[in-house]
Every structure is written in C-alpha cells, then in structure tokens.
Design a protein around this ligand. Sequence first.
Ligand SMILES: Cc1cc2nc3c(=O)[nH]c(=O)nc-3n(C[C@H](O)[C@H](O)[C@H](O)COP(=O)(O)OP(=O)(O)OC[C@H]3O[C@@H](n4cnc5c(N)ncnc54)[C@H](O)[C@@H]3O)c2cc1C
Length: 392
Amino acid sequence: MSLTVNYEELEEFRHEVRKMAEKEFASKAAYWDRNEEFPDANRKVLAELGYLGMGVPEEYGGAGVPMIQGVIFLEELARVCFNTALVGQIYLNGPSKAIAVLGTEEQKKRLLPGVVEGKHFLAISISEPGAGSAVTDLTSNIQIKNGKYILNGAKCYTTGGHVATHSFVFARFGQCSGSKGIGAIIVERDMPGVTFGPPESKMGGRGVSETEVFFDNVEIPPENIVVEGNPNDTSGFKRLMSSFGPERVGNAGMCLGLSQAAYEKALAYTQEREQFGRPICEFQGIQWKIADMATQLHAARLMIYDAATNLKNGFPEPKACAMAKLYANEMAQRVTNEALQVHGHAGYTRDLPLEQMVRDARGFALGGGTPEILRNTIAAQCYGRTFNQRRS
Ligand SMILES: Cc1cc2nc3c(=O)[nH]c(=O)nc-3n(C[C@H](O)[C@H](O)[C@H](O)COP(=O)(O)OP(=O)(O)OC[C@H]3O[C@@H](n4cnc5c(N)ncnc54)[C@H](O)[C@@H]3O)c2cc1C
C-alpha cells in the first residue's frame, strides 16, 4: 500500500515544527550535552504543544498522524536540538507505538493518554549484558508460580531509564531458548523488586542517558502482559519484531535532520571563511565536499520518505527500513565529519556545534540495529532466506 501524500501540507507542517524548534530549543541545544542533563523542560513543551501524542491514535487522545509526518517532526527536531529529538523518538516510535498496535484495549486506555500528556515516559528494555544483537539470547525470565507471573533478570542500555515511569520489557516466558517463549510486559518503576541503575556517561546523545534495570522476583499483574510468550513457539517474538519498523525509520529521520544542520553550517562557513585571499568555497576541493554532502542528504531523504510512505498493513517494509537506516546511519557519520573538516580547527572546538554533531551521529549506528545486523537483514531479503548466525 502506498500512502497518498500531500507534500504541500507536509511542507507547511515542517515549517511549523522548524519555527517552534528554533524558538523553543535552539538556545539550550549544547547545554543538555555539556551537562549530561535530561531535557525535561523541552519534553514538557512538546507535551503542552500536543506533539508527544502525534503517534498515538485519536481515540486515546493523540493525533494519529501518518508515519511520514512523524519522520518530518523528528528530522526538524534533530536539526535544532538532538537530545530533544531523542525524546521525541521515544514518544513517537517507542513502546507507545507497540502498545497501540499490540496492547489490549484496557492497556491502551490506561497508558496512552498519559503518554500524550507527558505524564508517562515509557522506556524500552530489550538488551541484556549477554544479548545485544542476538536479541533471542535474552535470559530475563517469567515463571508462573501459584498463578502469579514472576519476573527475574537484568537489562542494560535502557534509554531514559533514569526518568522512565514504565518500561516495556522483553522477557522469556517459561523454560525454552532461541525465539521461543519471548513476549513483552509493562514494568512500572515503583513495583517491588525493580531497580534502575544510574545514568551512564557516553559519547553522544548525552542528554538522554542509558541505564541498567534489574528485576528481582517482580510480580507482574496479568493486565501488564502485552504479548504473552509461548514456550512452544516463536509467535510472540514475531509479533513484537513486526512493530519495530517505525523506530528504524525514525532513527533514520533524526540522522537526516542532524546531517542537514551540519550541511547548512558547512555551506555558510565555506562562503565566509577566507584563505589564500578568497572564500574557501571557491576551491574545487571544498565545492566537491559540499556536493557530496548534498547528494547524500538527497539520497537518504528519498530512501527514508519511501520507507515511511510505502507501507504494508500499516507498517514499513523490513527491507526498506533496514536500507534507509543503514544508509542514513553511515551518511550521518560522513556528513557531520566532513562538515567539521571544512571548519578547520574552529569545528574541533566546543565553541561551535560541529564536534557535538559528530559525537551525536555516532550512536545511531549502534542503537536499533547495527549496520552489520541491518546488512544481514537486507541480504536475507535479497536471497529470500535467513542465514544461521549461530555456531551449530
Ligand atoms: C544510543 C543507544 C541507545 C540504546 N537504547 C536502547 C534501549 O533503549 N533499549 C535497549 O534494549 N537497547 C538499547 N540500546 C542497545 C542496542 O540495541 C545494542 O547496543 C545493539 O543491539 C548492539 O548490541 P551490543 O552493543 O551488545 O553489541 P554486540 O551485539 O555485542 O555486537 C558487537 C559488534 O559485533 C557486530 N555483530 C554482532 N553480531 C553480528 C553478526 N551476526 N554479523 C556481523 N556482525 C555482528 C555488531 O554489529 C557490533 O559491531 C541502545 C544502544 C545505543 C548505542
């Protein structure tokens, strides 16, 4: 299914978000990075202006906008304030999306209005110390004891874990291995036996840290089970993975916005900076860098918008998502790095945002599927088969 897109309306929307982001978020974009502080004030602004509920269906208080509109929103936020865009991505394409698709009516009514209002912050806990790319190696486990669901395990790299009110946790139901038995539950922060680690320091996206999360005999009420895993089959895992395409497209959209900002800075600076008695943009070596940046941005934009509009059953195609994220992740590293390069030493200092852009771009190619794993996904689609990654 291809979405009929009204590009004129989308451009009006882009203009509205750009104006809002520049007014509200530009002045403190470096502050969140330097201080490793969560941009909570910006989260509240987004809630007040109704942007946090953009992806939530209208019947639960949101706007239920098409995916392409969400991509443009994240693109424009990332162009101005990367850490605020990360918050936008979690709200738009994180657990609330999965709950809207996979959750029960009661879960949607209970959780989604709080997402729209910004009262809830839903993090996502999939990764574990021994299960990163190999998600199906996860060992967080739910056992049914005396009719109660008891969760034990440990998670790592939960983005926003230090501020989350809830986490959407992948866990294995019963005794089984591989993709079998994997399901997902909602864990509330104040449930007995739940502990979140402190925020971890990292290279980029420093305003929105990751944390560990530990579960020690946590009793999960049945109404918090979103997808119940069956120890005898892989259906739960398949259902969960099917709802993760939008996260990849959103990640790619943020790469686009961040790289667009770097490109704009490079374009302006190369016309101002003079060496050898003329603006450096008059050197062909510089012009070609700008041409390469513009070309890569254009290619990424086409791939991302294509993935966000050519939907199947309401979701982007896995191959299109993987290609868009892969290309955008690597493009963002090249473009931000070249933009720093044309600024010379000035770009390397903290007086300008270029060095932050290079650091922020780096994490995209780790979270939400590494380029190596994305290439595996694409290759599997090309060959029409998956290759066993596990040593037999
Ligand atoms: C900024 C950021 C935010 C994150 N947020 C979250 C979050 O909110 N929730 C969450 O659950 N997780 C989160 N993660 C974790 C992320 O999903 C993992 O980092 C990712 O899945 C990779 O796992 P790993 O880091 O353990 O690397 P590993 O899986 O140990 O991989 C190490 C290297 O080996 C490569 N590799 C592994 N297997 C293969 C293979 N089969 N073929 C080729 N190469 C391979 C990888 O690509 C990588 O380069 C986040 C990560 C980052 C960087």
